[in-house]
Design a protein around this ligand. Structure first.
Ligand code: FAD
Length: 428
């Protein structure tokens, strides 16, 4: 029994692992390094294109709930992330290189796994399509041919990374907000004067002109910093530059604070939290150096913006993630209309499980909407007219309508745990 997985990103790697575990031979096709997307920079599997944070692990949050489900279902992406973890408070952040190596190492440990570095341009039966929001144009044509529908799209942005040695430590301090947990973030304080100057520079900074670009097409969870600056004088201070709960070693508070999060285990690089941007490279260097602690910053990577595509899943997919028109083809990852690293991995897990069931002559599983995985897969398959990319979110979960707000998260966790137990008892 064998299956083809197209795309070695988060979803494709997770799907491959779920298939391999179930005795299915997998050929995984990844087009890098022969062909690159506009955001990937390495040839590694499961490359994280932007932030190195996989968000919260607190099971009381939607992201934490999703992770607890993925843990119970033995997700490769989650296991690799835990191995490659770097300190970042209650978030699960990783050293992206170690993370990618771990994923590749585990997949390659299966004798029935084959990795082919090639761009796929046609979709065969028994394939999982996990080519992501930046699928190659030949693949887009193949998908259009198969589904008979055009793509939907939105814009998403990448934040810059700075070299740790280039941060002026006289102007920066380690602290966690309200002193909770370890002081994992490096904070760059700004006076009101610094902030106003910085905001004015952002307002006049030269941006990259994107074809067909309209600000309404930007994903709300990933607004460029210059767009936040444009929305109002204090918008950034209520967002990524929030100063509340942050004091330096001398007890000093700041008007605004830029936070830097560790990128790697050796702490040689820092990610500028919430600093996704569409400004021209030269402008980014000039403007970000107006942040006092970053006046001499050297950038390992600058920010950029990309068009993300996704299929019109409610019309073409079932909640098992198989294609309505062809029951041997599944879709997984962000291309289905979920958004985010873990959400994409979760859709890989579901597609992998269901492709394995198909090959074992079993009916596909549709997860209950009381689980976050089921809520997301049902959303992409059923949400009609307003279909937009979706993150894990408590509002998607079923069975909480009449539950008091104070105990809703607790109930969500109980419901999800019960449903996952039932699913586990039916899994091969
Ligand atoms: C610019 C940008 C920034 C983002 N930032 C974040 C973030 O900070 N946090 C977050 O949670 N999510 C972020 N996302 C969203 C999203 O969760 C990630 O894109 C995630 O990687 C999606 O996983 P995936 O497996 O669906 O696709 P990908 O991880 O993109 O994997 C798809 C793979 O398919 C390969 N491929 C494409 N076409 C072909 C082909 N024809 N043949 C063979 N291989 C092919 C690609 O090279 C790639 O390796 C971002 C997305 C973008 C585009």
């Amino acid at each position: 029994m064998k299956a083809k997985v197209i795309g070695g990103g988060l979803a494709g790697c997770e799907a491959s692992y779920q298939l391999l575990k179930r005795g299915i031979s997998v050929t995984l096709y990844e087009m890098r390094p022969a062909v690159f997307t506009g955001a990937h920079k390495t040839s590694g599997l499961a490359e994280l294109v932007c932030s190195n944070s996989l968000k919260s692990i607190d099971p009381g949050t939607p992201q934490g709930l999703l992770k607890s489900e993925l843990k119970s279902l033995d997700s490769l992406i989650l296991k690799a992330a835990i191995i490659a973890k770097v300190p970042s408070g209650t978030a699960l952040s990783v050293d992206r290189e170690s993370f990618s190596h771990e994923v590749e190492k585990v997949l390659k440990s299966f004798p029935n796994f084959k990795l082919i570095r090639e761009e796929v341009t046609e979709i065969d039966n028994y394939s999982i399509v996990a080519t992501g929001p930046l699928s190659s144009s030949a693949m887009c044509d193949a998908i259009k041919g198969l589904t008979g529908r055009e793509f939907l799209n939105f814009y998403d942005a990448i934040s810059p990374i700075v070299e740790a040695d280039s941060v002026d430590m006289n102007m920066a301090f380690f602290a966690s907000r309200y002193g909770k947990g370890d002081a994992d973030y490096l904070n760059c304080g700004m006076t009101k004067e610094d902030y106003i100057k910085f905001r004015n520079a952002l307002l006049s900074g030269e941006k990259v002109v994107l074809r067909e670009f309209e600000s309404k097409d930007v994903f709300e969870g990933c607004i460029p910093i210059e767009e936040l600056a444009r929305r109002g004088e204090d918008t950034m201070r209520y967002g990524p530059l929030r100063p509340v709960g942050l004091v330096d070693e001398d007890g000093k508070r700041y008007y605004a604070v830029v936070q830097l999060r560790k990128e790697d285990l050796l702490s040689e690089m820092y990610n500028m939290v919430g600093f996704q941007t569409n400004m021209k490279y030269k402008e980014q260097e000039r403007i970000f150096r107006l942040i006092p602690a970053l006046s001499k910053a050297e950038f390992v990577r600058l920010g950029s913006m990309h068009k993300n595509i996704y299929i019109e899943s409610p019309r073409v997919l079932e909640a098992s993630l198989r294609l309505k028109k062809n029951h041997t083809v599944f879709f997984a990852g962000q291309i289905t209309g979920v958004e985010g690293y873990m959400e994409s991995a979760a859709m890989g897990l579901l597609a992998g499980i269901n492709m394995a069931r198909l090959l074992h002559n079993m009916d596909p599983l549709v997860f209950s909407k009381k689980t976050m995985i089921g809520a997301l897969s049902n959303y992409v398959a059923n949400e009609p007219s307003t279909f937009r990319p979706m993150n894990a979110n408590i509002g998607l979960l079923e069975g909480l309508e009449s539950i008091n707000k104070n105990i809703r998260k607790e109930q969500a966790f109980k419901n999800s745990t019960n449903e996952i137990k039932k699913i586990l008892s039916t899994l091969v």
